[in-house]
Design a protein around this ligand. Sequence first.
Ligand code: GLA
Length: 697
Amino acid sequence: MITYNNNIFNIETKNSSYVFTDENCLYNIYWGEKIYGDDLTYLIKERSHSSFDQNINLEREEYGFWTGFSFLESCLKINYPNTRKLDMKFIDYAIEKVSKDLERLSFRYKNSYSELYVTLLYDVYAEYDIISRHAEIFNAGEEVLIENLKSASVSIPKLDHYRVNYLTGKWAAESQINAQYLTTGAFTLQSRCGNTGPHFNPSFALDDGTANENGGDVWFGLLGYSNNWQITFERTIYNNVKITGGVSNFDFTYTLKTGETIKTPTMTIGYTSGGFGDMSRKLHAFEVNHIFPKRGLGRVLYNSWEATYFDVRVDSQKALAERAARIGIELFVIDDGWFGERNNDNAGLGDWYVNKEKFPKGLSDLINYVKALGMDFGIWVEPEAVNPDSDLYRAHPDWIYRFKDQEPLQARNQYTLNISKWEVKEFIIDFMSKLLSENKDITFIKWDMNKTLTDVSQGDTVKDKELWFNHAQALYDIWAVLRNKFPHVEFEVCAGGGSRIDLGILQYADQCWPSDNTDAYERLFIQEGFSYFYAPRIMTAWVTDASSNNPRKYEKPYSYRFHSSMMGVLGIGADITKYSDEVLEEFHKYITIYKEIRETVQYGKQYRLSSVRNSSLHAVEYISQDGKEIIVFAFRQGYQFGGEAPNLLLCGLNPDALYQIDGFDKIIHGSTLMKVGLETSLWGDFDSQFLKIIRVD
Ligand code: GLA
């Protein structure tokens, strides 16, 4: 519920209050556990220290317009031909009920001396204690240059300590949980690589250093933006903490023409008193119901990448497909190498026609074979990039980003296409439409992007600075067009592993590829970090052989590999042609179990019971929406002789209900399972256990 009384905007969600005032400037007075927000009129007062710091309330501003007496990160900075000062005056606000789950507060300003309007929007999803914020800037006056564009600032109550929990990473080691205490000053998470990036994910969870999985105040946020982004945490000398997120200041300007509106990325924020576990469960439910394009069960897929790499030939793929069908695969996906002269990463990227040598009778030969085996078909593409050695590049050398008269940088022997050029955008939409309409049985696209953006220029030093932003917009536009034209096709987002995972692209993607590291043990770390902010429904996880992508050559037991990959959308990436019938039968057994429990894993409530980061036991529990089915995966990686692992304590059960554990003849109470727990039978190196528990009504 949103109300406005006595200069107080009070956003009340199921368990939280977000309260701010418009007295003097728009500043936050409280965000946290639910209270009576209207009581807080006593907190509305001037706060000043000296003529140097005349208005300390500006440190808690909801959306700062530069200029003025605020010296923190602002949200909007604009250049007019003859001034840079913005003088934004409040016009009106509106509260509307958009749908059953969504209430919206919008707050409108106008510049006093020009026709520039700014609307701040607060989309309130009360059920999840989540607010999605963004701003829209509409220019009815003369053309202006935007120099800083942020989505929102948020403030949290004053605490003794502030700990930022966030994800860091690099290729093959994405989504590692990290933490940093704020000292007075600024701390920034960002990407400057033209993509969401592997180094930091645009997400955070802030606490006072005492929150854990099961309790404690946590303020969290995620930016939905798949290009250069920035989240700055400023802890001021007056102990205010202001978190400002949006488009990165780095190499950014945007010319806002007359009649044009620019929308900032969305910053989604939330609060819980239930610790990191509850934060994740809130986010997972919110994403499933309000971000992801559609619902439905993730199909068990096979991907050929690690089995055949670039050598994607119809015969080898048929051999894999025949085995894949036997073990119960539902979706057979061919990866890189099926097109142009793509025999390695040196050539062919951009030439989106079927390689005749590898597929003499065209793609339909394989697609029909796969369909006849009862599986769906999917295919890999990387539309934003091009090899210099390709017909596409030879025909259109001007389609890539490049600085005038300079040789652009290559990574993985490729350049990036300037997809914001209309002709490039059209080329991508055309070839994708042709691929999908000529092959109506393609129902899954893995969309990759394997280069950080460099040389981002088309030769106009002012306009060049908006290319980053335009790249992201063009990408979203292309995906929106394709999704609309081909509603039966699912899209998986990949960028050299997990470099493009954020709530922006996830409005269009059904799944994402979190990492090229498919080692089952390493994945426990990556998947745990991923689960902090993103739902298991979209996390693809393959069972593979010891792959070249990671240093752990030790082959884990099949059970361990399957259990690790069953915690998201299960896939197989191993070379299944080399396995015996007995092994394939074992694969089939796991896939059958997974199909029975996947709804609980993909859409259930997830509890991280114990973490590989600080325990010899790693365990994750999933409870079905109706509370009747409970699935637990437990892992133990190194066993010291005589060492006892702690009992497995379950979470989220009804203490008084009775539960039946598969393979255990006694029925026990929820409270017993949560307080005393189960002894694990884990033994030796890389052992794992799968438990299915049913509530007995
Ligand atoms: C990237 C992806 C891999 C695979 C290769 C193909 O590295 O992350 O999964 O698709 O590209 O070249």
